[in-house]
Design a protein around this ligand. Structure first.
Ligand code: SF4
Ligand code: SF4
Length: 332
């Protein structure tokens, strides 16, 4: 049997050693059912997940819930919503207890005196025209002022088919405000006309993402293998989908045969009792799911499958490193 040390030279083995010490156990929390935007294609609102549970309003309940989550082994809290920054006290309840990541649209500035080193991912859905069309606002104009130069912030750039040939302008703007960027692809949950991916567009955007990583390595946090996985929806010949997805809420996961999955992962609604099926929308067709974190995690939980060749294992290491950087387990 091939072993890690037989596949890697000293340089790659050292990189492997660093990530093999990490034991990331994440779960996802809807901090609130409200948002100060209503983007066309938002999985949360389009699937009515904001209606399934009433928000827990008692901050003490949030504290004891988070303590129980930590006792369950969670060591990374991923805060989503709705818009988490509408509830800074709930965010603080997480941040004071464990490593915390906040996904935000960036319209409200997270006060750094309260959250000095919390990692923040700002959603961005394209250039000014796309943002106005899909989100009703040029959010970059506001969020870039709030976070320029912030060492613990990056843009989560959701690329749409309309962005082909135009991503460089956005990446340059992000570089020029001193921030990093990570790319994923729009899943178009509300079927907005012209925003569904066609096969030729996925081929084109893969090579554009590769070119952006080559041209802006200090700004783009990514890996070419991740680009391959997310644009082809296949990994080592296996298609992504329900039977492969690693990001299914563990107590709701009755798949047979059980796939490799995130240990103890749960996505909680804001009543702190209800669970959602997975890291994204329950109504999304898994065959069209382009969720970036689910694809990254898919690679990460399948280490053994990447031990066929040195190149496969190096690809696996790069995706793991990328994930660890995005959630502050490794420096940029
Ligand atoms: S900012 Fe995020 S949570 Fe709010 S509507 Fe847009 S995608 Fe949904
Ligand atoms: S919608 Fe995406 S994240 Fe959710 S179970 Fe399906 S493949 Fe996984």
């Amino acid at each position: 049997m091939k072993t890690v040390s037989s596949l890697l030279d000293a340089h790659w083995y050292e990189r492997y050693t660093k990530i093999s010490k990490l034991n990331i156990r994440s779960s996802i929390y809807d901090v609130t059912n409200r948002c100060n935007l209503r983007c066309k294609g938002c999985f949360f609102f389009s699937s009515d997940e904001h209606k399934v549970a009433a928000e827990q309003m008692d901050i003490a309940q949030w504290g004891s819930f988070i303590d129980a989550e930590m006792a369950r082994g969670v060591n990374l809290a991923i805060l989503i919503g709705g818009e988490p920054t509408l509830c800074l006290d709930r965010m603080e309840a997480f941040y004071k207890r464990l490593p915390t990541f906040c996904a935000t649209n960036g319209l409200i500035r997270v006060p750094r005196d309260r959250f000095p080193d919390m990692m923040i991912g700002i959603s961005l859905w394209g250039d000014e025209d796309d943002e106005r069309m899909l989100r009703g606002k040029n959010t970059f104009a506001i969020s870039s002022k709030h976070y320029a130069g912030d060492p613990y912030t990056y843009y989560l750039f959701t690329i749409t088919p309309k962005q082909i040939g135009r991503t460089e302008g956005i990446i340059r703007k992000i570089r020029d405000v001193g921030l990093k960027v990570h790319m994923q692809l729009l899943s178009n949950d509300e079927g907005v006309s012209g925003f569904n991916w066609q096969p030729a567009e996925l081929i084109a955007i893969r090579s554009e993402m590769d070119a952006m990583l080559d041209a802006y390595p200090q700004t783009v946090i990514s890996s070419k293998y991740y680009h391959e996985i997310i644009t082809t929806g296949t990994m080592l010949g296996r298609p992504f989908g329900w039977m492969e997805c690693p990001s299914v809420t563990q107590p709701m996961d009755h798949r047979q045969p059980p796939p490799k999955r995130l240990t103890n992962f749960i996505r909680w609604a804001s009543d702190l009792k209800t669970m959602h099926r997975c890291c994204t929308s329950e109504t999304r067709d898994c065959k069209t799911c382009k969720d970036g974190a689910a694809h990254m995690s898919w690679v990460m939980v399948n280490k053994r499958a990447h031990m066929g060749t040195a190149k496969d294992l190096q690809n696996w290491i790069e995706v793991y490193e990328m994930f660890a950087k995005l959630y502050q387990f490794l420096p940029w």
